[in-house]
Design a protein around this ligand. Structure first.
Ligand SMILES: [Zn+2]
Length: 323
């Protein structure tokens, strides 16, 4: 990203101490189905416009338990909803005993960018056919103001997510594992998911927007049918996948949906991304936060937060795959 943010602001410590007592209080008062958003509103998520119906649906229909943001407070209605609830809730880092509910399911995780891309600009600037257009093979990605690259973030979260999904019995494939000098190109990233016949695919990113822009968003494929791109069959299942991921991501991380894109839903549909346009399997991108915002960066650079991020994604994927 070309944007250069203002001087780095010191991390703001208020969110953590504030969230837990508020969450506990809310847990006693708010029906479980509304808890995720209640917590979000109560902790002063940026620019909360109250969410839309779509957002509420995404956040609430699959995700009633407050367990992660309030470890000591069990939801009074925590047993009322879907597949995510029958997973153990003791700890985000202690997934289910390996009962293998995802046995036979294939998940492809695409860690966005590659730390080597900076040294291979001519290769990654090569144009590739994404059906609707031609775009760069890959991009360098962004970085925090302190210089921590997005590509390191994405690979770390991918590893955490892989561990969680494998514990559920899934077969997991990464599009890159720090094992190649650059890339892969976006068309190959899509092809890897297609050839694996993935039941679900997710491309992990963090954004590089202006300071003050905060929160996560999930990018869904729009309907395109042009050249090699034909997403018509995956639009609906990808939206379902994305909604489940968004809802669980809110619940587990306590992070708010983006305040700068998606109208508060945490969901954005795009038709300009090769990784989505060329996919023939259900696939979404997730932008986990804004690396150029100091408060988001404080989260993104925290291993504990990244574990929650992976847990939220995992529970969304599990929910999707179990139906
Ligand atoms: Zn990215």
């Amino acid at each position: 990203m070309s944007y250069t943010g203002p001087d780095f602001d010191p991390p703001q410590p208020r969110r953590s101490p504030l969230r837990r007592p508020l969450t506990v209080a809310i847990a006693a008062l708010v029906p479980g189905a509304l808890l995720g958003w209640g917590v979000y509103a109560a902790v002063g998520g940026p620019d909360d416009d109250g969410g839309t119906d779509r957002a509420s649906g995404a956040a609430t229909s699959r995700a009633p338990s407050p367990r992660d943001s309030a470890p000591g407070a069990k939801s009074p209605t925590g047993t009322s909803s879907s597949a995510v609830d029958d997973k153990p809730s003791a700890s985000p880092s202690a997934p289910a005993a390996n009962s293998g509910p995802l046995k036979g399911k294939v998940v492809v995780i695409d860690p966005g960018h590659n730390t080597g891309n900076f040294q291979h600009t001519s290769e990654i600037n090569r144009k590739v056919d994404i059906g609707t257009n031609h775009k760069e093979c890959d991009t360098t990605g962004t970085a925090t103001n302190a210089g921590w690259p997005e590509a390191k973030f994405t690979l770390d979260v991918a590893h955490r997510l892989r561990t969680l999904l494998e514990a559920q019995g899934a077969t997991v494939k990464l599009t890159q594992d720090g094992d190649r000098p650059y890339g892969p190109c976006v068309d190959e990233r899509a092809r890897i998911g297609n050839e694996a016949k993935a039941d679900a695919a997710i491309s992990i990113h963090a954004d590089g927007a202006g300071a003050g822009n905060r929160g996560f968003h999930v990018i869904l494929p729009g309907s395109v049918h042009d050249g090699a791109a034909d997403t018509r069959a995956i639009v609906a299942p990808s939206a379902e996948l994305g909604q489940r991921i968004a809802g669980n991501f809110v619940r587990v991380t306590g992070s708010a949906p983006s305040n700068y894109i998606g109208d508060g839903t945490g969901l954005v549909t795009r038709t300009d991304l090769g990784g989505l346009n060329l996919s023939t399997v259900p696939k979404v991108f997730i932008e986990c936060g804004n690396m150029r915002d100091s408060k988001d960066a404080a989260l993104l650079t925290s291993g504990a937060w990244r574990q929650k991020a992976a847990q939220g994604m995992s529970e969304g994927i599990v929910s999707f795959l179990r139906g």
